[in-house]
Design a protein around this ligand. Structure first.
Ligand SMILES: N[C@@H](CCC(=O)N[C@@H](CS)C(=O)NCC(=O)O)C(=O)O
Length: 261
């Protein structure tokens, strides 16, 4: 089988990468994933997209995009079917505003989650590298003591900020419920899945440890107590039921994904 012309440079555990994968999968577009080593990734990402360093990066033919929202808009422009955005007008504006809002909540989900993972006995190496090939998995595990302080500094994972993020996460869940009118069966905008739903679901999925997401608890991962407790509380709310439902009903299998050698 020839290699697809699209390559997604990513960290498998990154929720912004999960958002990009979901959009590619929803549009049925074949792509190759290339898992980058955290810490060394910027040598690749800054070469591909000047002025940026984060993942995901999508290289689509001659175009390289270094932000999940840019990726979403590019794919919507180049592959309009199935539509993941309403036609131009108030509904589209609302979908884009919600996408932007839940992108921001994603920063707080990450900080709150790492705040508990870094300070517990959880196996960060397993969590981050379980999907890599054997040599990268081995190297990754060796790098964990170096990665922890980098994560702490880069994402400002310090107790006051982690607490502030907990509040922002809860506000995000409140907004999700308001937008849905408390009904977990609804979509955020109109009557079908949009980029707003994909963004909220992928960026918040770790709060409920959604099956089918990269955050479903595996047998080898010792769950920090606070994360387990949060999952139990959020699953009991309409927002949590909505997140689980989106993964059950709307997360397509990654049939078009190939792993780069
Ligand atoms: N706004 C960006 C955020 C991406 C982001 O924060 N990616 C993280 C992984 S979750 C990352 O690459 N961190 C390492 C870095 O910035 O060098 C997007 O939507 O793509």
């Amino acid at each position: 089988m020839p290699a697809p012309e699209r390559t997604l440079y990513q960290f498998p555990i990154s929720h912004y990468c999960e958002k990009a994968r979901w959009i590619l999968d929803a549009k049925g577009l074949p792509y190759t994933v290339k898992n980058l080593m955290p810490g060394l990734h910027r040598r690749v990402t800054t070469r591909l997209v000047k002025g940026r360093g984060s993942v995901p990066v999508l290289v689509d033919g001659a175009v390289a995009l270094g932000d999940s929202t840019e990726i979403a808009l590019h794919l919507e422009r180049t592959h309009p079917s199935p539509a993941l955005l309403p036609a131009p007008g108030p509904e589209r504006d609302r979908a884009l505003e919600l996408e932007n809002f839940f992108d921001e909540v994603g920063v707080h989900v990450r900080r709150w989650s790492y705040g508990h993972i870094l300070d517990s006995g959880a196996d960060l190496g397993h969590l981050m590298f379980r999907e890599y090939g054997a040599p990268q998995r081995w190297l990754g595990r060796l790098m964990v003591p170096l990665i922890k302080p980098i994560l702490r500094r880069q994402y400002r994972i310090f107790p006051p900020q982690v607490e502030e993020s907990r509040v922002k996460v809860l506000e995000g869940l409140d907004r999700l419920e308001r937008e849905l009118g408390g009904d977990p069966s609804r979509y955020l905008v109109g009557s079908s899945l949009t980029i707003a739903d994909i963004t909220a679901a992928s960026l918040l999925a770790s709060l409920v440890l959604a099956e089918g997401s990269p955050y479903a608890p595996g047998p080898k991962f010792l769950m920090p107590k606070a994360i387990g407790q949060m999952a139990e509380e959020v699953r009991a709310r309409p927002a949590g039921q909505w997140l689980l439902r989106r993964y059950q009903q709307d997360r397509p299998p990654a049939t078009s994904r190939q792993q780069a050698a």
